[in-house]
Design a protein around this ligand. Sequence first.
Ligand SMILES: [Ca+2]
Ligand SMILES: [Ca+2]
Ligand SMILES: [Ca+2]
Length: 248
Amino acid sequence: MQRHFIVFAIAHMVLFAAGHAHAAVVINEIDPGQAGLDPYEFVELHGPANTLLDGLVLVFLNGADDKSYQAFDLDGWQTGPTGHFLLGTAAVSPTPDIIFTPITLHNGADAVALYSGNAADFPNGTPATAANLLDAIVYGSGHADDTVLMSTLGETVQYDDTDTTSISRVPDGTGDFTNNTSPTPMHSGIPQVVPEPASVFAILQIIAIATSTRKRRGVAPPVSRDAQRSASPTNQSSSSSSPTSRSK
Ligand SMILES: [Ca+2]
Ligand SMILES: [Ca+2]
Ligand SMILES: [Ca+2]
């Protein structure tokens, strides 16, 4: 019994070590634009919990010239207990680990790239490169695709941001990017769900069938409020349930 436990423990340790050896830190979410002067810009990274980010640099690339315009050296930082790490403006909640001023992160067509290296390797005006590239996202907000950035960084999709959405990997770390998430700095992204017309139609059909079945079985329909009023002269009118006016 004890030997089985030791074998299990060793196997578990090997799997645990292997998991960390292959685990990667990636760009997990970006929110370049919001209403107004982009007060809540952020870039979220994701990896295993408490992973040191030594030897990594996050670079912002300008699609106008396909060169760098900002670089953040990540030496000395690490991911949090949920594996997230945040760079953003001071107005973002929770407060980012690394803070930059609003209107720093361009709205497109541009790119954010994670490299092995240091900020010193990417002085402003450094051409985008695939060398030492770990992860990248090319994005816009209705802009034409920046095919130079896409091909240089090995990306096949340019994702669109809007004022109310961000671009997130779903699930964290391993999923593809989706551009219909609500911004979730330091939390997992959840795609916004838009009810499909087909589902609404199906629900209406179910209600119609249930109503006709009720009638066929001779079940008395619910007494309407008007009928209740006429049956009981002392009944108080529940006027508080009057529909809210749609006009504003
Ligand atoms: Ca911006
Ligand atoms: Ca946005
Ligand atoms: Ca997130």
